[in-house]
Write a protein that binds this ligand. Structure first.
Ligand code: NAP
Length: 280
């Protein structure tokens, strides 16, 4: 009888351009763990079957991306800190007895990267109110920032998000605005782009140059391209900035630690990611 290889992986649709395999496989190799990290591109009707055959296929844990971060929630047996509040799971560990433990390392990855960058915001502005923005809002509320102001093209989404987190965090003032200029960047020290605007070369510029000042840190969750127009604006205006590669790295490192119980080789994962992003 041949034993099936131990597997980790990423489920989502589409996933073929994901950088997760390169960073996880580099980490598994570095720690001499005999397992592989694979992509599982699933159609909606394949999800249940995938989740029902984890033990049979020797899958020890998996990451979850769009469009399944919310859909996997009802299947997890335990939810770690943040999962319920964010309403999404991006890391699932399969226990020996087949139970599923759900984590959200997106918010923790974002927090860890901000800490590494020594960014301690007080007043923040967020563009976008989708899944990534929820994780960012939770991270900011959890670190007790004074203010989080959210703009989305769909004002009902930003209103819903701000209302939900207003109730969850009483030390942070969450609000939503209907127009992007109402974000009032002059009095903010962190701007997060959590919208997909900037992924394509012909995407519009959402923020006027003059709104970006030296005391604001611009964090664009996008990492491909490595330098979006927003990041270029920040560079030209003398503001500090980061793309989303650090958040991706730390969510991956934290997932790896949940999967294996071992400290993630962050430098190795980072080098693999930086190499991978150049090939995209
Ligand atoms: P999402 O759930 O689709 O949310 C994006 C939100 O932005 C949606 O509410 C969308 O509205 C809104 N939006 C679209 N155009 C806008 C505009 N012009 N102005 C304001 N809001 C606008 O996507 P997501 O999963 O949150 O991801 C958002 C971005 O973050 C993506 O670029 C993704 O690659 C990136 N991301 C990075 C990381 C990382 O680790 N670095 C992790 C997660 C996500 P509509 O739905 O109406 O279009």
């Amino acid at each position: 009888m041949t034993l099936k290889p131990k597997l980790y992986g990423l489920i989502g649709f589409p996933v073929k351009h994901s950088l997760s395999p390169c960073m996880h496989n580099a980490a598994l190799k570095a720690l001499k763990i005999k397992a592989r990290y694979k992509l599982f591109e699933l159609q909606a009707e394949q999800l249940e079957d995938f989740l029902g055959n984890l033990k049979k296929n020797n899958i020890l844990g998996f990451n979850v991306t769009i469009p399944y971060k919310e859909k996997v929630l009802p299947y997890v047996n335990t939810k770690s800190f943040g999962v319920r509040e964010i309403g999404a799971v991006n890391t699932v560990v399969v226990t020996k007895d087949g139970k599923l433990k759900g984590f959200n390392t997106d918010f923790a990855g974002f927090s860890r990267h901000l800490k590494e960058l020594k960014v301690n915001p007080k007043k923040t502005a967020i563009i976008g109110a989708g899944g990534a923005a929820r994780a960012v809002c939770f991270a900011l509320g959890n670190s007790k920032v004074e203010e989080v102001c959210i703009y989305d093209i769909d004002v009902y989404k930003s209103l819903n998000l701000s209302r939900q987190f207003k109730d969850a965090f009483d030390q942070t003032k969450f609000s939503a605005v209907a127009r992007i200029d109402e974000l009032n960047l002059q009095d903010k020290d962190l701007l997060v782009n959590a919208s997909p605007v900037g992924m394509h070369a012909d995407d519009p510029c959402l923020i006027e140059d003059k709104q970006i000042h030296k005391n604001i840190f611009v964090y664009d969750l996008i990492y491909n391209p490595v330098e979006t127009r927003l990041i270029s604006q920040a560079r030209q205006r003398g503001a500090r900035f980061s793309n989303g590669l650090g958040m991706l790295l730390y969510q991956g490192a934290l997932s790896f630690e949940h999967f294996t119980g071992k400290k993630a080789p962050v430098k190795i994962m980072q080098a693999a990611l930086e190499k991978g992003v150049k090939k995209l």
